[in-house]
Design a protein around this ligand. Structure first.
Ligand SMILES: *Cc1c(COP(=O)(O)O)cnc(C)c1O
Length: 391
């Protein structure tokens, strides 16, 4: 294999050297238990405190103690949905979310339904945007929580989080957002956007895997996630993973610090990619919102091509892309996100997600376009033969 190009940054990223440098001393030099009362413990606690301050500052939280470290986005989403619903059940047992949320939210909602809660899954339009009127329409007296993701991981559509949060608060409803794909791609300010709870993950932003957090605004009631320890204000017990937390804190800080420069670069590369793609390959369709979307994600349908075969052939040429979420890597299945957007099967079954990282180069893109046009042409000629043969 001559060349390798990674275009799956929405699935995960490598750990940047800046982040790794922050983590390394925590494996041996500073190995204390951050809960211990001696100097070893205090040194570890200082690292954890710094990480917490960095995250709080990056999202403009009022207090650092509003940041609760978790094992990543899935845990934070699970906890937000179940923990907020349970803690506020006296007020009601109805929740509103969207059909295109990550499974970490959707499956937590399913679990609540089994416990007797009711969940309204609001639809999205053809661009992947949640209709705010639909949310207002779904609000009831017993609605306690609205959870809408900030950026969708398959198509990159950016939701109107601030407007939705405002509406939630007009009705006294708690608002949570899964911002895993948003951090470092769009500006996130929990106070300006009136967010009560927000999920972030480390490994999508050049931090370590298995590290993330849930922001919970002070005053918002949430049930404890893990008992048996006083860590994280008693809400999520267990000895803290100091290296992961140190890396996560640094990754968040750097993602926000470098956001505009990274986004400028990724935007240029993405435009170069799309222009060349449309020039060289006929019958392609870009899925998602035409402009209200993140630069890093391009979801593209290749008419008359089977996505599975395309993925495999690209992999053989060293190009790593995906069909959508890594969590439904049973890629033969139709994407529930594209389906919800009303994308016809023909297009949904030929859709590939290209997600660009911060160090993608023009020559990488040239190689991808060249390979794509070859592979797509080959697959289309086979598909034409098959169709002709069937007649
Ligand atoms: C990746 C992702 C998650 C899950 O985060 P992990 O840290 O991998 O558990 C949740 N939501 C969205 C939108 C994601 O892209």
């Amino acid at each position: 294999m001559a060349r390798k190009v990674y275009l799956d940054s929405a699935a995960t990223t490598y750990v940047s050297s800046e982040v790794m440098a922050e983590m390394l001393p925590c494996f041996n030099a500073i190995y204390g238990n951050s809960n211990s009362v001696h100097s070893y413990g205090r040194d570890a606690l200082a690292i954890v405190d710094r990480a917490r301050d960095r995250v709080a500052h990056a999202i403009n939280a009022e207090k650092s103690n509003e940041i609760y470290f978790t094992s990543g986005g899935t845990e934070a989403d699970n906890w937000a949905i179940r923990g907020l619903a349970h803690a506020n059940k006296d007020k009601g047992k109805h929740i509103i979310t969207s059909v295109i949320e990550h499974h970490a939210v959707l499956d937590a909602c399913k679990m609540l339904e089994e416990e007797g809660y009711e969940v309204t899954y609001v639809p999205v339009d053809k661009t992947g945007l949640v209709n705010i009127a639909e949310i207002i329409h779904a609000i009831r007296k017993d609605t306690t929580l609205i959870s809408i993701m900030a950026v969708n991981n398959e198509v990159g559509t950016i939701q109107n989080v601030k407007a939705i949060a405002k509406i939630a608060h007009e009705y006294g409803i708690i608002f949570h957002t899964d911002a895993v794909q948003a951090l470092g791609a769009v500006k996130l300010d929990v106070r300006d956007m009136e967010i009560d709870a927000m999920t972030i993950s480390g490994h999508k932003i050049y931090g370590p895997k298995g590290a993330g957090c849930l922001y919970v605004k002070n005053g918002i009631k949430i049930d404890n996630l893990i008992i048996g320890g006083s860590q994280e204000r008693g809400k999520r017990g267990g000895t803290l993973n100091v290296p992961a937390i140190a890396g996560f804190g640094k990754a968040v800080e750097v993602a926000v610090r470098d956001m505009s420069i990274n986004q400028q670069k990724i935007k240029a590369e993405r435009e170069y990619f799309l222009k060349n793609l449309k020039d060289k390959i006929p019958y392609v369709q870009v899925n998602g919102h035409p402009f209200q979307k993140v630069n890093g994600i391009a979801n593209i349908s290749f008419e008359m091509v089977d996505k599975e075969s395309l993925l495999m052939l690209l992999d053989m040429e060293g190009i790593a892309v995906s069909t959508g979420s890594a969590c439904t890597s049973n890629a033969v299945e139709e994407s529930y996100v594209l389906k919800a957007m009303g994308i016809e099967s023909e297009f949904a079954n030929s859709a590939i997600r290209f997600s660009f990282g911060k160090n993608i180069s023009k020559s990488d893109i040239d190689y991808v376009i060249e390979t794509l046009s070859k592979v797509v042409e080959r697959l289309r000629s086979i598909s034409a033969l098959t169709k002709a043969g069937r007649k």
